[in-house]
Design a protein around this ligand. Structure first.
Ligand SMILES: [Zn+2]
Length: 187
């Protein structure tokens, strides 16, 4: 059974962000507590924002003593995946739950459009350019040219390396403020 949860305006970090329904709990304190716990979990490769802000939590369901968390991973085969699953389970147990199952699902598929607005702001504050939004399901891969510099907002930037410290990032150079910065690649 899937809990259909409506969006809540008082949880800023969990607003819907894209074409996918981003479902948030309302009126169920237990599910709310689980989402709060999930907000403390980060992707080890992108430690500045939570898995909630990353939009990788697809669903949270509770049934009797059991909790099921569905996560839709950012990258298939990402070596951090097992660690994220483990950290999710630990955080939910720390919130008082006993039986916790973390499912990896690919429907809905993760896309960078699932990152919350708060997540985008935090990425930018970290000097990591937020991913360019994809424009519709049939769009071609967004260009990595002219990525906006997170320091000065200039788009007078060059691609320095397609692959940054992780496969998820590229490195760019800003010709305006002469700084290198990383960009979280859209998928
Ligand atoms: Zn700049």
């Amino acid at each position: 059974m899937v809990n259909k949860m409506s969006t809540s305006s008082n949880v800023e970090t969990s607003k819907p962000v894209g074409p996918d329904d981003y479902l948030l709990p309302i009126g169920n304190p237990r599910i709310t507590a689980i989402w709060r716990a999930l907000e403390t979990v980060t992707d080890p490769e992108i430690p500045v924002i939570s898995v909630v802000d990353m939009g990788i939590i697809a669903d949270v369901r509770v049934e009797d003593r059991r909790v099921a968390v569905d996560m839709t991973p950012t990258f298939v085969g990402c070596p951090a995946l097992d660690m994220i699953r483990e950290n999710i389970a630990l955080a939910v147990r720390a919130a008082g739950e006993v039986e916790v199952i973390v499912n990896v699902v690919f429907d809905p598929p993760w896309s960078s459009d699932r990152i919350t607005e708060a997540g985008r702001r935090k990425l930018k504050a970290f000097g990591l350019a937020p991913p360019v939004r994809a424009c519709g399901p049939a769009s071609v891969a967004p260009s990595l040219e002219r990525i906006e510099c997170p320091y000065c907002d200039s788009t007078n930037t060059d691609v320095e390396s397609i692959f940054g410290p992780t496969l998820c990032r590229s490195i760019h150079y800003c010709r305006n403020c002469l700084q290198s910065f990383e960009h979280f690649k859209p998928v």
